[in-house]
Design a protein around this ligand. Structure first.
Ligand code: FES
Length: 147
């Protein structure tokens, strides 16, 4: 389905533009500019307002991102438990730094706030799926699931 079809499905849903942005991002991993313009048209609002919605929520992105978005929790409990070492392992394995996307478009590395999995820290999420109690040694095997 193209993005117009996805957005249109949420036209009559209360707060539908957020749902629509979520649904588009699930397909395309970020919100291209034409999606925001189209959503403004469908939800009958100024483009600036639709853009404001797209940039307000940290889980929505208007920047191109990889197919798989890896987020590392940088809140205190994860930080104390060794998130920095996990970051180093991810950067080393993928050959990119935090905030970057691999040249093949497969992976993006981002920080996030606490994702509510603090019972086993540090935590990363990949496309929203949490991996708790992660160690640097586990990173290659975790990444291999997405190759
Ligand atoms: S502090 Fe990292 S998941 Fe809660």
């Amino acid at each position: 389905m193209d993005y117009k079809g996805i957005i249109a499905k949420y036209k009559d849903v209360p707060g539908g533009i957020i749902e629509a942005f979520h649904a588009v991002q699930r397909e395309f991993s970020y919100l291209p500019e034409e999606v925001i313009v189209e959503a403004a048209k469908i939800f009958n609002m100024p483009v600036a307002e639709a853009y404001g919605v797209a940039t307000f929520y940290s889980y929505l992105s208007v920047e191109p991102r990889g197919k798989n978005v890896i987020r590392i929790c940088e809140s205190a409990p994860c930080h104390v438990a060794g998130a920095a070492e996990v970051v180093e392992a991810l950067e080393r394995e993928l050959g990119i730094m935090m905030g970057e996307t691999t040249a093949d478009g497969k992976f993006t590395l981002e920080y996030t706030e606490c994702v509510g999995q603090c019972q086993a820290t540090p935590v990363i999420t990949i496309n929203g799926k949490p991996y708790a109690g992660v160690t640097p040694a586990q990173i290659p095997a975790i990444l291999a699931e997405y190759e």
